[in-house]
Design a protein around this ligand. Structure first.
Ligand code: GRF
Length: 192
């Protein structure tokens, strides 16, 4: 099953997934990186890893539908079967969703349904609660709303800095994402 990763930013999850794939902990090849932000660090990481990149600026398309159609064309050409969102800062529209039913997943740095959307780690930190965490879920048309596949909690330690919490959450993401993707892919293969 060929994977495409969609990302907009730093790409630490891209890196973790690429490493898992190289170490055979992820039994599906990463065939493509789709990025909506020219110049994003994740693009550099993909190029270094030798993964093909598709960098499209949504502003150069007349509509979201046209933007997603351009992506879809490449996904179909490359026979991509599964999409992994890893810090892709954009809602997925019906053009892509319809082609990948239950074959598109996202990672979010909170225990959903708590703190969907932007700045989830910061919001949890400022809320003064005792734990937050990481959620992996199927993608639907909402913002961080699809059916949950995996969650792992992270305690917010007394007196810890936001930076420390962020680092611990990212560390959880980097092991939980490859593991969960592998599980979903295996299940999907079983029912195919
Ligand atoms: C991660 O925290 C992920 O949960 C969220 O965006 C962030 C992406 O980080 N959706 P990176 O670009 O993979 O480092």
């Amino acid at each position: 099953m060929k994977l495409a990763i969609f990302a907009s930013g730093t790409g630490s999850n891209f890196e973790a997934l690429y490493q898992a794939s190289s170490a055979d902990e992820l039994s599906a090849p990463i065939e493509l990186l789709v990025c909506d932000r020219p110049g994003a660090r994740v693009v550099e990481k993909a190029e270094k890893a030798g993964v093909q990149t598709l960098v499209l600026n949504p502003k150069s398309f007349s509509s979201k539908v046209d933007y997603e159609k351009a992506i879809l064309q490449v996904l179909l050409e490359k026979e991509i079967e599964f999409i992994v969102l890893a810090g892709y800062m954009r809602l997925i529209g019906p053009t892509l969703l319809e082609h990948f039913p239950k074959r598109m997943i996202n990672i979010h740095p909170s225990l959903l349904p708590a703190f969907p959307g932007l700045h989830a780690i910061e919001k949890a930190y400022e809320a003064g609660i005792e734990e937050t965490g990481v959620t992996i879920h199927f993608v639907d048309e909402g913002m961080d709303t699809g059916p949950v596949l995996a969650q792992e909690s992270v305690a917010i330690r007394e007196g810890e800095t936001l930076e420390s919490l962020e680092a611990r959450i990212h560390a959880v993401e980097h092991h939980l994402y490859p593991k969960t993707i592998e599980k979903v892919i295996k299940e999907w293969r079983g029912v195919k």
